[in-house]
Design a protein around this ligand. Structure first.
Ligand code: DMJ
Length: 474
């Protein structure tokens, strides 16, 4: 653990200073830490000040060395896109306005290859959230410009996007790093229905949603005889590559998440049919009740045989989707297992082999999924136990991972050794879910919103179902 851990007595003073530097005088009373929601909000202010002071214009904050880091040769300035909707939800409009101006000043004519999946959920999702809140037509033009620069990636024989695309030239590239050529995982192949649907709705141009839908169908249509997709697919041949296994983990997760969530705002019957079919297969083959706990496991896509009793912290998104799609019993059982694993280490390890009770990858980037699911369950069931879980997660994250500037990842949850990194989704998701869980319905009404997979927030009533049918072309 870092030697520069935050002392309780110092907290209030730092927060007061931070609040006064944001210019958001409208809610400065929060500098008096009267509630957990205020505490989270103050930590957002402090952590955002940390990014601005040490890493502004970089993609990511390195909070221990106090500098910035870029994903590529050129910065995309990702963190602000991820911070915007959280600042808005917290009522920090003046800070958010600065990000709107920053977004307007951004020139996307950059000679850089970007990962289509990652920039879609973070930058396109973030830009759409800026438009959702501001209704600034110039922002919509920025969104369209950015989307048109990544759209060439979908021009493949299967309709599944290439791994990366050059923002200036539209040239595409496969995932060369793994030596497999034009290969993407299922999440990279088909996590576009929400952002592209929202963009089609606002621009009244169906081409975005149609590209996203074609990609989702391309994956779904290649399911095995027992109805399961694989994990990695060649975008040109449509062949499954590597291990023929299936799971709900990173590499697949948001494929399922977007089927259900996009249908919530854009009731396309074809997508609903894909979801209905898929959830039945998940329940049939992936469900694994092991030593009294409910898991969703790794199986052979062709036979359904369990290949490895292992989970990753990303899979903790699933209780949220189970809960919102109506399977509360399974959602609660599943969340119990995640909470049990959290208690074992005081954070979730990236990968845990529950069959052997061993940690496979011990690192944590303070990922949001377990908090997200506890939040959904609290909202949907009203049970206090889920709020208690969230209180515990907040206390533990503050214990392990708070530093002088913001928060940091850990190299291993067994040692809590610090890692000098703060993922951009800590701003978009982790702090947002804590805040809205504590702040309650008056501040943020769960039933009125839908979240993209990076937790960018959209009002459900922004999208009229009859208009959606026309604008998205289904
Ligand atoms: C986020 O970037 C998104 O939620 C994505 O879908 C997978 N998980 C990370 C955070 O863990």
């Amino acid at each position: 653990m870092s030697t520069i851990k935050f002392l309780g007595s110092v907290l209030l003073a730092v927060v007061v200073v931070s609040c006064s530097t944001t210019g958001d005088s409208q809610k400065d009373s929060s500098s008096i830490q009267s509630s957990p929601a205020d505490e989270v909000r103050n930590e957002m202010i402090r952590s955002w000040e940390g990014y601005k002071e040490y890493a502004w214009s970089y993609d990511v904050l390195l909070p221990l060395s106090k500098k910035g880091f870029n994903w590529y040769d050129e910065s995309l300035g990702i963190s602000p896109y991820d911070a915007y909707s959280t600042l808005m939800v917290m009522g920090l409009e003046e800070e958010a306005k600065k990000i709107e101006e920053y977004a307007l000043s951004m020139d996307w004519d950059k000679d850089v290859y970007v990962q289509v999946f990652e920039v879609n959920i973070r930058i396109l999702g973030g830009l759409l959230a800026i438009y959702e809140y501001s209704r600034n037509p110039a922002i919509l033009e920025k969104v369209r410009d950015f989307a048109d620069r990544i759209l060439p990636a979908f021009d493949s024989p299967t309709g599944i996007p290439y791994h990366s695309v050059n923002l200036r030239t539209g040239q595409t590239a496969g995932n060369k790093g793994d030596g497999k050529g034009n290969v993407v995982n299922v999440a990279q192949a088909a996590t576009y229905l929400m952002e592209f649907g929202i963009l089609s709705y606002y621009t009244e141009d169906p081409k975005y949603y149609q590209a996203a839908k074609r990609a989702t169908k391309a994956v779904f249509d290649r399911k095995s005889e027992i109805g399961l997709p694989g994990e990695n697919i060649n975008v040109e041949s449509g062949e499954w590559v590597g291990m023929r296994w299936h799971h709900l983990q990173a590499g697949v997760d948001a494929y399922y998440e977007y089927m259900y969530k996009s249908w919530m705002i854009f009731p396309d019957p074809e997508i609903k049919a894909i979801w209905d079919y898929s959830i039945e297969k998940i329940n049939m083959y992936l469900t694994d009740d092991f030593e009294g706990r409910r898991y969703y496991t790794i199986v052979d896509m062709n036979t359904g045989e369990v290949l490895k009793r292992s989970v990753s912290l990303y899979d903790a998104f699933f209780p949220a989707i189970q809960a919102i799609s109506g399977d509360l019993e399974a959602a609660e059982l599943n969340q119990k297992s995640w909470d049990w694993l959290w208690d074992k280490y005081g954070l979730l390890p990236t990968r845990y082999h529950y069959g052997e009770d061993t940690v496979e990858y011990g690192n944590s980037e303070l990922n949001p999924e377990i908090i997200e699911s506890a939040y959904y369950l609290h909202q949907i069931t009203g049970k206090e136990e889920y709020l208690d879980m969230i209180r515990k997660y907040w206390a533990d994250i503050n214990k392990c991972c708070k530093n002088e500037v913001a928060y940091n990842a850990v190299k291993d949850v067994r040692t809590m050794e610090d890692r000098d990194y703060l993922a951009t989704y800590f701003y978009a998701e982790t702090l947002k879910y804590f805040y809205i869980a504590f702040a309650g319905k008056e501040v943020f009404d769960f039933n009125e919103h839908v979240f993209n997979t990076e937790a960018h927030t959209f009002r459900r009533d922004s999208f009229d179902p009859a208009l959606a049918k026309i604008r998205l072309g289904y």
